[in-house]
Design a protein around this ligand. Structure first.
Ligand SMILES: NC(=O)C1=CN([C@@H]2O[C@H](COP(=O)(O)OP(=O)(O)OC[C@H]3O[C@@H](n4cnc5c(N)ncnc54)[C@H](O)[C@@H]3O)[C@@H](O)[C@H]2O)C=CC1
Ligand SMILES: O=C(CO)COP(=O)(O)O
Length: 335
């Protein structure tokens, strides 16, 4: 059993994973930003900001990230913050990360560098022991102990074996293409926004699954080009997470698409405090595709709608009939 795991980020996923793995580690330390949340976890065993009704297991303790005290004694450090924060956090704690396994769950892409979280973590820490865990995993369901599958992505398969016990509460599959596992999480968020947009206008089942299938084809085309893992399409990080996020209204990314489609919010939209990873990574994934020679018409249309350059109906017309063609108009004169 791992003796001590540090989790950076006391938000939904950080807290949920703390609860889930706390039966498989002697101690879990959640590093948060707010003193009142840290106090509440230590005194009341409760994170009131994210899971007010959940009694946390007694071996979960909290500390302020500012001091990162005790991190040096952790065997594994899990990073569960929005992707935009990962570089600065890892930079700040890099001296405490030597010889540890670093686990990332953030589903984003840095822009404009187009780097995944593991690439950023390696750059900032120089520690190659990096693992990603990704799958159809809504935080609340993880926290409350429901069945969940996940893919462990690790370039070094011995790291996957080491972490199988810590994540033994999940049904696991594995990939040694760490970057591809991470990119599945980025791609599915973008298509979940698209699914929300599409469903806001076209709600029939045939319409819904036709669009989903078109998105999944584009996602698989991307993965086929960049991944050495020929089985990735059937893994939890790919098929499962794509379907979960694109289909279920609990997803923030799908909800963003629905709200944009229904004109409830104006785009481009940035809501402070809500983690919408897909809206931040859509430009990046299109550019990354272009770098590998992958054309991504659906992601491009999603970006156009999200940034107010097109409407859903125009987008759908383009998808069904192809881009509008310029036709020469004959002027018919009366008389
Ligand atoms: N919520 C979910 O169901 C899942 C989330 N993820 C991924 O996990 C990542 C985090 O997402 P959530 O936990 O849902 O977000 P969240 O918005 O619920 O929580 C993020 C937490 O990070 C903290 N934070 C932000 N910047 C920080 C900094 N500089 N230093 C310390 N703490 C900082 C915030 O205070 C907040 O507590 C995202 O990339 C998301 O895609 C992955 C799987 C499932
Ligand atoms: O990644 C997730 C589930 O696997 C959570 O998705 P959202 O960020 O869209 O809520």
């Amino acid at each position: 059993m791992i003796s001590r795991v540090g989790i950076i980020g006391a938000g939904s996923m950080g807290t949920a994973l703390a609860q889930r793995i706390s039966s498989r580690a002697e101690e879990v330390i959640l590093y948060g930003r707010k003193q009142e949340v840290v106090n509440s976890i230590n005194d009341e065993r409760c994170n009131p900001d994210y899971f007010p009704g959940l009694l946390l297991n007694p071996n979960i303790r909290a500390r302020l990230i500012a001091g990162n005290h005790g991190l040096e004694d952790c065997q594994a450090v899990l990073i569960a913050v929005p992707s935009s924060e990962v570089r600065s956090i890892v930079h700040a704690i890099s001296h405490d990360l030597a010889n540890k396994v670093i686990i990332t769950v953030s589903k984003g892409l840095e822009y404009p560098s187009l780097k995944t979280m593991s690439e950023i973590i390696f750059e900032e820490s120089n520690n190659p022991n990096i693992v990603c865990i990704s799958g159809p995993n809504f935080a609340d369901e993880i926290a409350y102990g429901h069945i969940a599958g996940a893919t462990i992505g690790a370039a070094d398969p011995s790291l996957s074996t080491m972490l199988s016990d810590l994540f033994g509460g999940f049904i696991l599959d594995f990939s040694d293409d760490l970057r591809a596992v991470e990119l599945c999480g980025v791609l599915k968020n973008v298509y979940a926004i698209g699914a929300g947009m599409w469903d806001s206008v076209y709600g029939n089942y045939n319409e819904h699954y036709t669009f989903l299938n078109m998105c999944y084809k584009e996602m698989c085309r991307f993965l086929r080009e960049i991944s050495s893992d020929r089985e990735i399409f059937t893994k939890f990080c790919c098929f499962g997470d794509f379907n979960l996020t694109a289909n279920v209204d609990k997803s923030r990314n799908r909800t963003l698409g629905l709200m944009v489609g229904k004109n409830i919010i104006k785009t481009p939209y940035l809501e402070p405090g809500v983690t919408f990873e897909g809206s931040k990574s859509v430009e990046g994934i299109i550019e990354l595709g272009a770098r590998h020679g992958i054309d991504m018409p659906i992601a491009t249309l999603i970006s156009d709608v999200l940034n107010g350059r097109s409407s859903i109906r125009n987008t759908v017309e383009t998808l069904i009939r192809g881009p509008p063609r310029r036709t020469s108009r004959r002027v018919v004169r009366a008389g």
